[in-house]
Design a protein around this ligand. Structure first.
Ligand code: NAD
Length: 287
């Protein structure tokens, strides 16, 4: 019994050390993270959070001007690479560049996404070419990211992949059909590959944020309120979030991403973490 106690105590001490060594600022020390759509909004906030926690970050985005500026502002731990996630060869290339620069890829955050068409009120008016365009970026882009990140993570037996879904992927009526359908797909992708990847030491999870005022949500909502100024639309997005719960900000998503990316979440995979301040927990929500 005494031997058992000693062993248990040792294990406990090891566990406590495991969880308390970071001190908040080094949870990703020595890790290399690739963030798609990292030039703006949630991706940018996450890049900042990851760097604060000790990571080196590659920002992959289709917007080179913004990406270069953001990487510059984030300092020497950030590096920008142009990448359109809809083009598989570009996703493959950004992984190659990351490996050439850092020799490893520990975290991939598949975060790039678009809204697609403005306000298609009815499925009967759906433009299938437009649907394909949204799926190419929001879904196919994520699958390409998983494929190419897994190719370098699986051989070393570790890695954490994150994807951004949305509350629009939890309930209908929260955005245009192509966007909503694309976001519903993401937790399914995560579930589909989680078991295979976990056997190889790689975890995959997604995050479903509620409304947060970023260029994506503001341009989308602006279409519902023609004539409103950008400031007014930002107020509307913030109001939507506040209406049904605690207002969430980019940093709340970034903190969730940090947790899932870190070794603290070493047993969490195939999960959809909702970061919406209660937004989807209330009924009778209407735009
Ligand atoms: P954002 O517009 O601030 O950022 C999106 C970034 O993705 C931009 O920098 C853009 O240039 C980039 N991007 C777009 N298409 C790309 C492509 N083909 N290849 C590479 N990069 C591309 O928007 P955001 O709100 O930060 O959105 C990030 C993710 O969060 C998206 O997947 C979005 O659907 C999701 N999301 C946002 C909200 C919200 O309210 N803001 C809520 C739920 C989910």
């Amino acid at each position: 019994a005494r031997e058992f106690k000693l062993v248990a105590n040792n294990l406990f001490t090891k566990r406590v050390n495991f969880y308390s060594t970071d001190g908040g600022g080094s949870r990703l020390e020595g890790k290399v993270a690739l963030i798609t759509g990292g030039a703006s909004g949630l991706g940018k906030a996450t890049a900042y959070e990851f760097i604060q926690s000790g990571a080196q970050v590659i920002i992959a985005d289709i917007d080179s001007q913004l990406g270069i500026q953001v990487a510059h502002d984030l300092g020497h731990a950030a590096h920008f690479v142009h990448c359109d996630v809809a083009v598989e060869t570009q996703v493959e290339k950004v992984v190659e560049i990351t490996m050439a620069r850092h020799g490893k890829l520990n975290i991939l955050y598949n975060n790039a996404g678009i809204n697609g068409p403005s306000i298609p009120p009815s499925i009967t008016d759906l433009d299938l070419d437009e649907f394909d365009r949204v799926m190419r970026i929001n879904v196919r882009g994520i699958i390409a990211g998983i494929k190419h990140a897994a190719r370098v993570m699986v051989p070393i037996g570790s890695g954490s992949i994150l994807c951004t879904s949305s509350v629009s992927g939890l309930m209908g009526g929260l955005g245009p059909h192509p966007y909503s359908i694309s976001k519903f797909t993401i937790p399914g992708i995560v579930k589909s590959v989680a078991s295979e990847l976990f056997q190889n030491g790689v975890r995959i999870n997604c995050i479903s944020p509620g409304p947060i005022a970023t260029p994506l949500s503001v341009t989308q909502l602006a279409k519902f309120y023609p004539g409103a100024t950008e400031e007014q639309v930002v107020d509307i997005v913030n109001g939507l979030a506040e209406l049904k719960g605690t207002k969430c900000e980019e940093v709340d998503v970034a903190k969730a991403a940090l947790y899932l990316a870190s070794d603290e979440a070493k047993c969490i995979t195939g999960h959809n973490l909702v970061v919406d301040g209660g937004f989807t927990s209330f009924k009778n929500f209407k735009f």
